[in-house]
Design a protein around this ligand. Structure first.
Ligand SMILES: Nc1ncnc2c1ncn2[C@@H]1O[C@H](COP(=O)(O)OP(=O)(O)OP(=O)(O)O)[C@@H](O)[C@H]1O
Ligand SMILES: [Mg+2]
Length: 308
């Protein structure tokens, strides 16, 4: 059973020439922790906002636990807890009221809501601030407030758009522990993130998008392996001629005198140098590139998936 199924989802914002989300299809299993990754502007937030019904799609289908969001809006609302990328609570309201007001729509008794609210505030380190106006909270506290608010009606699916942006390192770890815990209790989680460490620690599967399209889907283990491949930038003494077969060598040309070489597991640098030498290339310098998440995006999205 899928928690979320997306089928050919498309969205174009007014006055834009390109689709922000373009024929996007993917599914998230029930109980899964799924990461949606991609560079700035890839369409991650748009995708999550479409699932969350915060914006309207142009075409395609979204199913939540097999039910079309177009046919049962309340089921969608009841099933989803949403933490958007931008803060969107009334800043003059008190922390506790923001959470309780959200919970009020779902038929819980006041006592049930109060108890659950206390649990969430304590668990997310906001109990001391419960009577403070939301505008007085730090950025990290505001983000945690949105997580507490998203969970007050005990949804089965949590949608998190960069949940730890602006949260300091220590509190970020606390947030990770909390998210892991609620995922283990059975809540399906889909998140976007720019932190490789976060994805590595939390997600079971990732989907990578760019230009509103799905570029790749991986188990997180395969993805981390990709991210840990070593990439070297090779400067040549002279512009290389077209006789060097770049694809066979696993090389991408950045310009006529600069190459990028991705060293796969089991491959040696020596064999690569020999092959380049035999092809007639004269190397003037070699330096390693730090190939973590952002450079992996660049490798996949700008230079062709087949080279990664
Ligand atoms: N409200 C809007 N009106 C018009 N265009 C928008 C709007 N929101 C997003 N876009 C455009 O849609 C595209 C996708 O944006 P989106 O916010 O979904 O990207 P993202 O992957 O979440 O990026 P980031 O990592 O920066 O949060 C971008 O080209 C962006 O400029
Ligand atoms: Mg975004």
């Amino acid at each position: 059973m899928y928690a979320i199924q997306i089928d050919c989802l498309t969205k174009r914002y007014p006055h834009k020439t390109k689709n922000a989300v373009d024929q996007l299809s993917f599914s998230v299993h029930q109980g899964e922790f799924f990461g949606l990754l991609g560079p700035n502007g890839a369409g991650k937030s748009t995708t999550l906002n479409l699932i969350s019904q915060l914006i309207h799609k142009d075409s395609g289908r979204i199913l939540i636990h097999g039910i079309d969001t177009d046919t049962d809006a309340f089921h969608t609302k009841r099933s989803l807890g949403i933490v958007p990328q931008e803060f969107n609570f009334p800043i003059f309201d008190k922390v506790e009221d923001i959470i309780l007001n959200q919970g009020g729509y779902y038929g819980f008794t006041h006592r049930e809501l109060k108890n659950h609210c206390q649990y969430l505030l304590e668990r997310l380190d906001l109990w001391k601030q419960r009577h403070d106006q939301a505008r007085t909270l730090s950025g990290g506290m505001k983000r945690r407030l949105m997580v507490a608010r998203a969970l007050i009606h005990q949804p089965q699916i949590l949608i998190l758009d960069e949940p730890t942006a602006g949260v300091d390192v220590e509190l970020r770890r606390g947030m990770w522990e909390f998210l892991k815990e609620i995922n283990q209790q059975g809540i399906t989680i889909i998140l976007t993130s720019h932190y490789l460490e976060e994805v590595e620690l939390l997600c079971q599967r990732i989907g990578m998008i760019d230009g509103g399209r799905l570029i790749k889907q991986h188990s997180v283990r395969d993805f981390i392996e990709l991210a840990e491949q070593q990439v070297f930038i090779i400067e040549l003494a002279e512009p290389f001629d077209n006789h060097i077969n770049l694809t066979d060598l696993n090389v991408i040309s950045i310009d006529s005198q600069t190459l990028s070489f991705t060293k796969k597991q089991g491959q040696t640098l020596e064999s690569f140098f020999v092959a380049l030498y035999e092809a007639g290339a004269k190397i003037s310098s070699v330096k390693p590139e730090n190939n973590r998440l952002e450079s992996l995006f660049i490798a996949i999205t700008n230079k062709g998936a087949k080279n990664v």
